[in-house]
Write a protein that binds this ligand. Structure first.
Ligand code: ATP
Ligand code: AMO
Length: 432
């Protein structure tokens, strides 16, 4: 619509056409109001029955909520109107009527249950709170891309249909690829590493990852969005610096550009993490978890950190932090060990009660890499497309991946990761 004016831009004295959804219809007898909502806000349309054509009044008041309408009229100042202005209509057009029974009412103050909302995302995202989350998510990705530009990265896109998995064999989704076994990719890991050996040197990707997670939890998805970074000629410490830079940039972007959305969600104390994220070694982490006394059994060297332990340590530390120097045996084959072989350069970043990032320095020496495959029970031949490039000049390199939904979830303290995905994929949900 060429001549459309947004609700928030309607200025007294002008004759405008607003178009949007019938948010609310209030008939008070001699006077009736239609509230029209668009993405910028709401505006009141006033129908004074005695002073107006019956047809016009009927068009504007005898319609169902959530119908799409276009209203033309003069904008007037009106103290009693919710936004201080209202439109005195000359014409009302119902462009797309809505059925009277809505599966979910966007104007209801109390929201519907999450499954109903997810089944009707279009209507759900007419609610300001739900919409605000996705506007913030978009800002997070915009700010992250800008931070990657500051880091002089090139954005890449890698295949999502692949021949091999990388993050442990049990979590793959198998598919059939022209009669051949294939999988949905769990991570751009191997491809991003191949690119640091190319002329690009430093890359990032924002794209889907697919994991046949066993558990249905509030923080796992079967299709998630991974924000991946990989760079030649840096070590794990510099990778953690870059990670901190990108996460902080995302918070800064939201603080600067999403004040309305934060208001809508009721955050009056949204803050950008100021301090450098502490870097605890794995050994310190298990000692501190054991000292909280929150676990029934004490952790011993070599254990992965259990969810309860992560929570206890998160409350203890209080903000984002890294866990470094993990035992080599519990990190994947592509992570480089420290010289002693016992400890790895792998790291996780916690935010603070759940894992947000994994990364590390990579094994770039061909012979060590092939040995690592064998130690993990993987067939190096299946990965030949990857390992062979390590024979032709692969620089030392490091990188990491942030789960975009976890970043939004932890930033906004959302109770369920599904709040941060338009159309989540979980064990029960394959559509919409
Ligand atoms: P009439 O306009 O013919 O007198 P009425 O008696 O139904 O019709 P009012 O008494 O003016 O209407 O108002 C009814 C209610 O609507 C009152 O509570 C009034 O405060 C409110 N109201 C009137 N005009 C507006 C407006 N432009 N915006 C918001 N609320 C209004
Ligand atoms: P990892 O498997 O730890 O590491 O994944 C990185 C980050 O991605 C997010 N994530 C998920 N989010 C929601 N649902 C899931 N099922 C899910 N799985 C992962 C998390 C997690 O921290 N290749 C390495 C990264 C690297 O070393 O560069 C990897 O995939 O936020």
């Amino acid at each position: 619509m060429q001549d459309r004016t947004h609700a928030a831009a309607a200025t007294p004295g002008e004759t405008v056409t607003v178009a949007g959804w019938a948010h609310e219809i209030r008939d008070l007898g001699g006077i009736a109001f239609l509230i029209v909502r668009d993405r910028t806000g709401k505006i009141q349309i006033k129908f004074e029955k005695d002073a107006m054509d019956d047809e016009l009044v009927e068009a504007g008041t005898d319609l169902t909520r959530e119908s799409v309408v276009a209203v033309t009229g003069e904008v007037e100042e009106e103290e009693r109107a919710p936004t201080g202005v209202e439109i005195v209509p000359e014409s009302v057009e119902v462009i797309a009527p809505a059925e009277p029974e809505l599966p979910l009412d966007p104007s209801e103050k109390v929201g519907a249950e999450l499954p109903t909302r997810l089944d009707n995302r279009t209507l759900d995202l007419r609610r300001e709170e739900a919409k605000a989350i996705f506007e913030i998510r978009a800002e997070v990705l915009r700010a992250a891309r800008e931070a990657f530009r500051d880091l002089e990265c090139t954005e890449i896109n890698t295949p999502k249909i692949v021949a091999t998995g990388t993050e442990g064999g049990t979590e793959l989704f198998p598919i059939t690829y022209f009669g051949q076994e294939a999988f949905m990719n769990q991570s751009p890991q191997l491809f991003k590493q191949l690119m640091v050996g190319s002329g690009l040197e430093r890359v990032f990707e924002v794209g889907p990852i697919f994991r046949a997670e066993e558990h249905n939890t509030p923080r796992h998805l079967n299709e998630a969005t991974s924000i991946d970074f990989e760079s030649a000629f840096i070590d794990h410490e510099e990778a953690m610096d870059a990670c901190e830079q990108v996460v902080r940039a995302a918070y800064e972007g939201v603080a600067a550009n999403c004040t309305d959305q934060l208001d809508t969600l009721g955050y009056d104390d949204f803050s950008v993490p100021e301090e450098a994220f502490p870097r605890l070694t794995y050994e310190e982490a298990i000692e501190r978890i054991n000292a909280t006394g929150e676990l029934d059994e004490q952790l011993v060297w070599g254990d992965d950190l259990p969810t309860e332990g992560e929570k206890a340590l998160g409350s203890d530390v209080g903000g984002h932090y890294f866990v470094t120097d993990w035992p080599s045996e519990i990190k994947p084959f592509y992570i480089k060990d420290h010289d002693d072989g016992e400890l790895s350069t792998g790291f996780d970043m916690m935010a603070p009660n759940m894992e947000l990032v994994s990364g590390g320095q990579r094994e770039h020496r061909h012979d060590h890499l092939v040995e690592g495959f064998e130690q993990q029970g993987l067939d190096p031949e299946a990965f030949e497309y990857y390992t062979k490039m390590f024979k032709y000049g692969m620089p030392p390199h490091a990188g990491w991946a942030i789960g975009a939904e976890r970043l939004v979830m932890t930033m906004l303290d959302l109770p369920n990761i599904r709040e941060a995905v338009l159309f989540p994929r979980d064990r029960q949900r394959l559509s919409p």
